[in-house]
Design a binder for this molecule. Structure first.
Ligand SMILES: Cc1cc2nc3c(=O)[nH]c(=O)nc-3n(C[C@H](O)[C@H](O)[C@H](O)COP(=O)(O)OP(=O)(O)OC[C@H]3O[C@@H](n4cnc5c(N)ncnc54)[C@H](O)[C@@H]3O)c2cc1C
Length: 359
């Protein structure tokens, strides 16, 4: 790929080349669980990080529908890389959406070019540790800023990030959203745990002990529900469904390829493809602002398809697919991620009903 040739649309042939490179790097990524530095470097060089950012900050400001088409391609080529980019983008969008102009000036330039990496650790405000009586990350305000204590349970690529967008809860129950520099005293990033899939995303805890954060790092709040302020990553958005559909399409591609020599695979492959194309149409309609169903309804169907398509690919690949290193086995493990990633209560309930055979 030529240097600095930005991908200008999801139909650009430069995106085909990038995806081919990501597919080729996939087996090594799964074998070593090493952080996808080369994949992210290639994405940065192809201008992928600019898709999501307004022109004012040096971005390409792609429409939601085009971003969705781009993620469908990246997610099918390498789910780990696409997932890491969603977390990076979540951080960028929270920074862009804040009213802290000096912080935007400081952080956004190197993020857009790919020189720096930022990530989000906000699940404890939305879907993680919500049943506990005390917040897992607490803050109190001082004259200079805030002091943070506790932990953020799930942060992707924290060990590679210069900034983590995270949230904490004050004594009065109000929340703050901050851009936490990872080199502040009191920030500890333990080695990330091995996961069932996507271990190369290096997702794990970030611990904060008496971390003194100046007011200059505040992105939003204090407010009752800081995630509802401005734009950015919440739960129940479309990107989780997008990546689930992307994974399913990779598995169905494999099934179709196998079906060329094995006619018995033709009908199941065609049926899964029909469902995937139908879900893709629904996804793109929602991304274009056409409310054909709720985001949660789409997510429940996308989760189901990712699980069934990946297992169909494994069944077709037989024992060969069960050997570590074959993509079919990896797709099955990766599909399980959608049962737990940023999964709203209603989606979890729908998935459980399907698994229990209840309609
Ligand atoms: C691979 C991976 C990557 C992720 N990346 C990110 C990221 O980059 N940024 C981010 O912000 N988030 C991220 N997440 C977090 C994700 O979106 C969810 O928030 C997370 O999966 C919720 O799981 P949990 O175990 O923390 O949930 P919890 O609800 O905290 O459940 C933990 C345990 O508590 C118990 N429990 C749960 N509910 C109850 C209850 N009501 N009563 C009693 N006990 C209960 C259960 O035993 C459960 O196993 C990631 C998650 C994973 C797995």
């Amino acid at each position: 790929m030529s240097q600095h040739s930005d991908i200008t649309s999801p139909d650009d042939s430069a995106l085909d080349q990038l995806c081919e490179a990501l597919v080729a790097l996939g087996p090594e990524l799964d074998r070593t669980d090493a952080w996808p530095s080369e994949q992210l470097r290639l994405c940065g060089e192809a201008g992928v990080f600019r898709w999501f950012v307004p022109r004012r900050w040096g971005g390409l400001e792609w429409s939601d529908a085009d971003i969705t088409r781009g993620y469908l391609r990246l997610g099918a080529a390498c789910l780990t890389t696409a997932f890491v980019i969603t977390q990076r983008t979540g951080a960028c969008q929270r920074i862009v959406g804040s009213e802290n102009e000096p912080l935007k000036e400081q952080l956004l330039g190197p993020l857009v070019t790919g020189e720096s990496f930022a990530t989000v650790g906000i699940s404890h405000l939305t879907t993680s540790r919500r049943h506990l009586s005390r917040p897992v990350l607490a803050a109190h305000e001082t004259t200079e800023g805030f002091v943070l204590d506790g932990y953020s349970p799930w942060v992707t690529g924290a060990d590679h990030a210069s900034t983590i967008v995270t949230g904490a809860v004050l004594e009065n129950g109000q929340q703050i959203l901050v851009a936490l520099p990872t080199d502040l005293p009191g920030v500890a990033i333990p080695e990330p745990p091995r996961l069932v899939g996507l271990s190369a995303s290096h997702t794990g805890e970030v611990r904060l002990s008496n971390v003194k954060l100046p007011h200059e790092c505040l992105l939003a709040g204090p407010a009752e529900n800081v995630m509802k302020i401005g734009v950015g990553a919440g739960t129940g958005g479309l990107q989780t469904s997008t990546l689930a559909i992307a994974l399913a399409s990779a598995a169905i591609d494999f099934l179709e390829h196998e079906a060329i020599a094995r006619p018995d695979l033709g009908t199941p492959g065609a049926e899964l493809r029909r469902e995937q194309l139908d879900l893709t149409d629904t996804l793109l309609a929602l991304a274009s602002g056409n409310a054909v169903c709720t985001n949660d309804e789409l997510r429940a169907r996308a989760n189901s398809l990712a699980l069934r398509a990946s297992q169909a690919a494994l069944a077709a690949a037989k024992g060969t697919g069960y050997v570590v290193g074959h993509p079919a086995g990896r797709w099955c493990r990766e599909a399980l991620f959608f049962l737990v990633w940023s999964c709203p209560q209603g989606v979890m309930a729908a998935n459980l009903c399907e698994l229990a055979g209840l309609d």
